[in-house]
Design a binder for this molecule. Structure first.
Ligand SMILES: Cc1cc2nc3c(=O)[nH]c(=O)nc-3n(C[C@H](O)[C@H](O)[C@H](O)COP(=O)(O)O)c2cc1C
Length: 444
């Protein structure tokens, strides 16, 4: 029976254990301090013993497609080369690091961030097809601002090539693997989802796009592990009849295993970026934070709109209450199908609401509930405790209570950090007591 401490191999690369830091946007951008910020944010996890770190989504192109404030772009070889300082810092601590690649498509900031739209009036969003009527309605009502450009067939090939080029640059900079942002409403999910994809060319089959991206990456960087998130749109609102069911998600995963992906991250989500991805409490404190009000007004287009988003946020928090390990059932279904089809070597990564060491071992163990995953990840808990690995690997539980006080400020461009005083205090006490030290650190 596997436990969190056991090593695991993904695409031929051996991680020291089965704990990974799930991707969280760093908002580090590409400025002169970008690399230092990434080192500061990601290295503590490696120091604390985490097996693999998945950097937050980075953009494959130099323009457009930016889904959230200040995302890092990986189009420029000189900049990506400088990320060697990050990969070296992680490797020096015995960890591994994957780059995550993304293009935002209709989720790009100019559609939902009012101030960004004002500053970039001419930006168009890459679209798989004409946007669905629900989004067109929101556009007409003034809640979002769509200027889509539907990709011609040859442009889809160009985009896949850009994913390949970005992967090649990242691997040259020392990244150990490539993770595709296949969910969270990025363009990959838009290809996969019947909500978005109404094409009549070969890419009407959305998996075809991922197969093409796979081939573009493999042609350039051969044996480097390749992982993608796989969505099942089970949290889609009732007005959305065309969406990926759980069975569809499992079928997509099966085809991706056939295509040669080394790892899959099954996630139950909606057709848009919403709280189904970050289930937990309504972040009262975050919405009320005095220092964030101007940012919220800028992002959501004024006081009234910000209030409307907060109300929607509250409603969603009622619908998606804190659910420990909510992706376990999807992971288990995918894992069973892949094993039955002879793809037992494809690693399943499970994340989403996992907070205790016991949950981790149960997801990895071969007990009565049947093994769900080969690796277990956490996202928000690393904001609360950047050196969380040390405590989890010592058998303890994460402090994070999924209160989401980190989430809304981060969507408006603030640093990713825990803003809940009781948790910050508790972390301070634990740090003072040496709870985040590992054998390696204390030997120094
Ligand atoms: C602020 C924030 C940013 C995120 N950024 C990304 C991202 O860049 N790429 C991605 O695939 N998932 C992203 N996620 C989703 C996380 O990887 C993870 O799936 C989610 O937070 C659930 O895990 P948790 O309950 O352990 O936080 C983000 C989540 C949060 C809260």
């Amino acid at each position: 029976m596997a436990t969190l401490d056991d090593p695991v191999s993904v695409g031929g690369v051996e991680f020291r254990n089965r704990l990974y830091r799930a991707p969280l946007l760093e908002c580090a951008g590409n400025g002169p301090d970008a690399v230092d910020r990434l080192v500061d944010e990601l290295t503590p996890a490696a120091e604390s013993g985490v097996g693999c770190i998945h950097q937050g989504a980075t953009l494959v192109r130099g323009e457009g497609g930016c889904a959230a404030p200040n995302m890092t772009r990986v189009h420029d070889p000189a900049f990506v080369g400088s990320l060697g300082a990050l990969t070296d810092a992680v490797h020096d601590q015995g960890g591994h690091i994957f780059v995550q690649l993304e293009e935002g498509g209709l989720r790009s900031m100019e559609t939902w961030h009012a101030q960004y739209r004002d500053r970039h009036p001419d930006l168009e969003q890459l679209a798989v097809s004409r946007p669905p009527w629900q989004l067109r309605l929101l556009d007409r009502a003034g809640f979002i601002d769509l200027t889509p450009r539907v990709l011609a067939t040859d442009e889809v090939y160009d985009l896949a090539r850009d994913f390949g080029r970005a992967a090649e640059r990242a691997v040259e900079a020392g990244y150990d693997g490539v993770h595709l942002a296949g969910a969270n409403m990025g363009i990959i999910q838009q290809f996969l989802s019947p909500f978005y994809n109404r094409r009549d060319d070969e890419f009407a089959d959305g998996v075809r796009f991922l197969e093409l991206v796979h081939d573009e990456i493999r042609d350039r960087v051969g044996g480097v592990p390749l992982v993608t998130k796989v969505p099942a749109e089970t949290a889609a609102p009732p007005t959305v009849r065309r969406h990926l069911s759980l069975a569809d998600g499992v079928a997509v995963a099966s085809r991706l295993a056939d295509a040669g992906f080394d790892g899959l991250v099954p996630v139950e989500c909606s057709v848009v970026w919403d709280m189904s991805l970050v289930r937990g409490a309504f972040p009262d404190r975050a919405w009320a934070a005095e220092d964030m009000q101007a940012d919220y007004r800028a992002a959501f287009g004024g006081r009234l709109r910000a209030r409307a988003v907060a109300t929607l946020n509250w409603l969603q928090a009622q619908r998606f209450r804190r659910e420990p390990g909510w992706n376990a059932r999807f992971c288990r279904r995918v894992r069973e199908r892949l094993h039955a089809e002879g793809h037992g070597d494809v690693a399943i990564f499970c994340e989403g609401g996992v907070r205790t060491r016991e949950q981790c071992d149960r997801l990895l163990g071969d007990g009565p509930a049947r093994q769900a995953a080969d690796l277990v990840g956490m996202g928000r808990p690393f904001y609360a405790e950047p050196r969380l690995g040390a405590r989890l690997l010592a058998g303890e539980d994460a402090l994070c209570r999924s209160c989401n006080n980190c989430t809304v400020p981060q969507a408006a461009g603030a640093d990713g950090r825990c803003r809940t005083p009781s948790i910050v205090r508790e972390r301070g006490k634990l740090a003072a007591a040496g709870a985040y030290e590992t054998d390696e650190n204390s030997a120094e």
